[in-house]
Design a protein around this ligand. Structure first.
Ligand code: E4P
Length: 207
């Protein structure tokens, strides 16, 4: 399973990238705003911090022509950039256009297999299936992820299911068990994955 970091904080990306296990990064407008730096500057710094990694940068327009203009501009910034597009009607149309031009896309805000089907048919590179926000609505977010992973594989779509909105390490365990090709998570979760009391105890004894 590929590991992406989900943040707009370049220092977090640099720290995680030092471990040598990062395959990419995802951002969204909220994360970029929270980090407090410019959008383009942040995305380019993340690309540099994760050489060769797939770095998702999200469009914010909601009308097709504006979306297209914005997407082409973002895609021109760096070859590692993947254009992140919300699953709305003009968004799906945009994914088809970008896919036909060979521009990679990450379809975001996906919560069901039917939405995932549309993203896959439009040629999405990644399908961001949200877990935590599903759980927040008293649904089982991981159920939809596992179902989507199985169906995308079943129909042999080339899109990769990217588990997003991960809130704790158990979501990572469940993503692995579902056979998800990619998972993105905050720095805090990546860090928590190191923590095992028996590892800490064992190290203390060894030392
Ligand atoms: C990733 O692409 C998403 O933007 C992110 O995982 C959303 O996470 P949240 O639901 O915890 O905000």
């Amino acid at each position: 399973m590929k590991l992406f970091i989900d943040t707009g904080d370049i220092e977090e990306v640099r720290r995680a990238a030092e471990w040598g296990i990062l395959d990419g990064g995802t951002t969204n407008p909220t994360l970029i705003a929270k980090a407090g730096k410019g959008f383009k500057e942040t995305v380019l710094q993340i690309c540099e911090a994760v050489p060769g990694g797939a770095i998702s940068a999200e469009v914010v327009a909601t009308e097709y022509e504006l979306l297209l203009k914005e997407a082409l501009e973002i895609a021109s910034w760096h070859p590692q950039i993947v254009v992140k597009v919300p699953l709305i009607e003009p968004g799906i149309r945009l994914v088809r256009t970008l896919s036909d031009k060979g521009i990679r896309t990450n379809v975001t805000l996906v919560f069901s297999v039917t939405q995932a089907l549309m993203a896959a048919k439009a040629g999405a590179t990644y399908i961001s299936n949200f877990v935590g926000r599903g759980d927040d609505m008293s649904a089982d977010g991981m159920d939809a992820v596992a179902d989507t992973v199985a169906r995308v594989e079943n129909y042999q779509f080339e899109s990769e299911v990217l588990v997003a909105s991960i809130r704790h390490p158990l979501h990572v365990v469940q993503s692995i068990q579902a056979g998800a090709p990619v998972a993105t998570m905050p720095y805090k979760i990546l860090e928590m994955m190191f923590k095992r009391p028996l590892t800490a105890l064992g190290l203390t004894r060894f030392l």
